[in-house]
Design a protein around this ligand. Structure first.
Ligand SMILES: *Cc1c(COP(=O)(O)O)cnc(C)c1O
Length: 520
């Protein structure tokens, strides 16, 4: 295990460089990516005793979060953090437990991370991180180390864009503009974004696919002239708030600590006994939260890493070689896990092997699209992580099977984790992490329930339905599915605020932003 030197307040260091500037939490969040090109990681981790963890079950979720953040020495003051957490985990959630644990069958529990305003797990972090971001900017402006406000630019294939919009809407010192591929997101995903409330938000379709969208936003980020113009004419700096920001990772540790407390309280695990955790994995952020929780004292046994057909992580955990040199990107019913480069893996590698090794491997990945870890690191990974993957048809079949057997309806991402958890189940109870409400992926859930293959067209009557009508059809054929979350069910009644579609490319994005800034 790699240890840097200890300090009383948590400072953050670069995964690729030992002698960085070691910022505290708030500067880390505003900076995003570390100056040496790596990711920020905490220099030391707090720890919890079993008694402390178990006692959390008596507290509301916002307080559990405030306690974990307090241990991390978040540099905003304990009272301020409490106020922010009351707001982040307040009544915009449709379950007051925020991240409830549900026992679906003896020994298999589901951690539901989709009770937030956009019905997907990104809310767990994005209802919280923008509050930290805004408070951090305020603090830095008060100290005189910053004068500008921030403009967050996001390219989205669907879910992240909506969760980021909802998180940053009407947050002080920030505004946010989201770009999505026109025609490349589902009916419901588009409606969720173009009806977004808030005075500081903008949404644009881009003529092109997600890659075009992402390259255009990246090009805008690396255009110095654009940055200068934003600074001089609008007093703004650009930021991305993407999933490698430490401010998005820290909230993802909280729900593992919280879940263990709930499991003990419900009798799902004896105090101090181990539970395994199975996570549907894309960018490796969610499962990394479980890794940190384990190191902080939560009795987690094995970390089960579940992938879909984009199974580069399954191969990495089996062989120690991360190889995307000859790997095609596959489309799946779990699009939020469709990833080739799992960015947050770099943080795990740092903790196991240190910055020099990480620098070497990341350089190899950039040049030859593959790297192999050393034997010791591989052994350390194999002690903690177990991995498997589910095919498109397997994951849809799992949705139907689990609904038929237990009356519990899952989305396709959760189904991947369920299938893998079932295959890898050991002695200990397993916590299956559920990352989206089924209604977010209604068409594929409908396919699953009607035993239609992933790549088969929908039957005529279903094909004629809108995304929303299809959800009500799912409820008709799966009566114990539970209600469609209100923000989705009511979406057809909301005002359409954004209809602009712009050209792909740097100029398309920059012109859209400039015009939006003058308008608002
Ligand atoms: C983002 C996301 C994931 C993947 O999480 P990572 O932290 O990227 O591993 C899984 N499921 C859903 C629904 C998501 O939105």
């Amino acid at each position: 295990m790699y240890h840097a030197h200890m300090d009383t307040v948590t400072r953050y260091i670069d995964t690729r460089e030992l002698d960085g500037s070691r910022p505290a939490f708030s500067r880390t969040v505003v900076t995003g990516i570390a100056p040496g090109g790596g990711l920020f990681v905490p220099e030391n981790l707090p720890s919890f005793t079993l008694e402390e963890i178990v006692a959390l079950s008596e507290l509301p979720y916002w307080q559990r979060a405030a306690i974990v953040f307090g241990r991390f020495g978040v540099d905003l003051g304990d009272e301020h953090v409490e106020t922010l957490m009351r707001e982040a985990y307040g009544d915009q959630w449709d379950d007051e437990r925020i991240a409830p644990v549900v026992e679906v069958v003896a020994g298999t529990h589901v951690l539901e991370l989709w009770h937030g305003p956009t019905s997907a797990f990104k809310d767990m972090a994005l209802q919280c991180m923008p509050l930290f971001f805004s408070a951090a900017v305020e603090k830095m402006q008060a100290e005189g180390s910053l004068t500008d406000d921030f403009l967050i630019l996001v390219a989205t294939s669907g879910d992240t864009g909506k969760a980021a919009l909802e998180g940053f809407a009407d947050r002080e010192h920030t505004s946010i503009v989201v770009f999505y591929p026109d025609g490349g997101v589902s009916d419901i995903q588009r409606l969720q974004m173009v009806t977004q409330r808030g005075g500081n938000v903008g949404v644009f379709g881009v003529r092109g696919n997600f890659d075009d969208c992402q390259s255009a936003v990246k090009a805008a980020f690396s255009d110095d002239a654009f940055a200068t113009r934003l600074h001089e004419q609008h007093g703004l700096r650009l930021s991305s708030a993407n999933s490698i920001n430490w401010g998005r990772l820290l909230p993802q540790i909280v729900y593992y600590v919280s879940a263990y407390a709930d499991m003990v309280a419900a009798g799902g695990v004896k105090p101090g006994s181990l539970m395994d955790v199975c996570v549907p994995t894309g960018n490796f952020g969610n499962i990394l939260g479980a890794y940190y929780a384990r190191r902080m004292g939560v009795p987690i046994g094995r970390l089960l890493c579940a992938s879909n057909e984009n199974n580069v992580l399954t191969d990495f955990i089996a062989t120690g070689t991360y190889d995307i040199s000859d790997r095609a990107f596959v489309t799946t019913p779990s699009p939020s896990m469709d990833i080739l480069v799992s960015s947050n893996l770099e943080r795990l590698l740092y903790h196991l092997a240190g910055p020099e090794a990480v620098r070497g491997w990341m350089a190899e990945l950039a040049t030859s699209r593959r790297f192999t870890v050393d034997r010791e690191t591989f052994a350390a990974i194999r002690e903690l992580f177990f991995a498997d993957w589910a095919s498109n048809d397997e994951s849809l079949a799992t949705i139907k099977r689990v609904y038929d057997e237990y009356g519990y309806l899952m989305d396709p991402h959760t189904a991947v984790a369920w299938e893998v958890a079932e295959r890898l189940h050991g002695e200990d109870p397993v916590l299956v992490v559920s990352t989206a409400h089924w209604a977010k992926f209604g068409a594929d859930v409908y396919r699953a329930l009607t035993a239609t293959a992933y790549d088969a067209p929908l039957a005529d009557d279903a094909a004629r339905m809108s995304g929303l009508e299809l959800l009500f059809e799912v409820q008709r054929i799966a009566p114990s599915a539970g209600p469609v979350p209100a923000p989705l069910a009511e979406i057809a009644c909301l005002e359409l605020r954004f209809s602009d579609v712009v050209d792909a490319g740097r100029d398309g994005v920059e012109d859209a932003v400039s015009e939006w800034l003058t308008r608002s």
